[in-house]
Write a protein that binds this ligand. Structure first.
Ligand code: HEC
Length: 109
């Protein structure tokens, strides 16, 4: 019985532990996500709370998370965001990177 519970717990952990939508972000993930968006998005977007975007028409992420829940951005990040704006490059991120970026975006909500 105890063994079965351990297996169940392990299965749940593997299932949810790696799912960015269900896992509780750790402060390490948030920190890594913050670094990632600062590097890859920070040239145009304000990526931190209260930060103004360097690019006039790029909305700061604080505003972006009000329009789109961070979870809904996960897919866009996986496929390479492209909003059809010439100034906005396309990106591709690994699942780990996405998990970290979502963790950071959630911390802005
Ligand atoms: C070279 C400048 C630039 C970089 C780098 C950049 N963006 Fe953007 N982004 C823009 C601009 C400009 C817009 C506004 C597009 C528009 O209004 O059509 C935008 C719009 C967006 C939007 C849509 C907001 C909305 O209201 O529709 C999202 C989401 C977004 N960016 C995410 C990101 C992410 C995530 C990164 C980093 C991985 C990133 N951007 C990097 C310039 C940039």
């Amino acid at each position: 019985m105890a063994r079965r519970l351990t297996i169940l717990a392990l299965a749940l952990f593997t299932l949810f532990g790696s799912n960015p939508l269900l896992a509780d972000p750790t402060s390490i993930e948030i920190g890594e996500g913050r670094k990632l968006v600062a590097e890859r998005c920070g040239a145009c977007h304000g990526t931190l709370r209260g930060q103004i975007s360097p690019h006039d028409s790029a909305p700061p992420f604080e505003e972006v998370v009000k329009l789109y829940p961070p979870e809904s951005l996960a897919e866009a990040l996986a496929e390479g965001i492209s909003v059809g704006h010439p100034d906005m490059p396309t990106f591709e991120f690994s699942p780990e990177e996405i998990e970290r970026i979502i963790a950071h975006l959630k911390s802005l909500e």
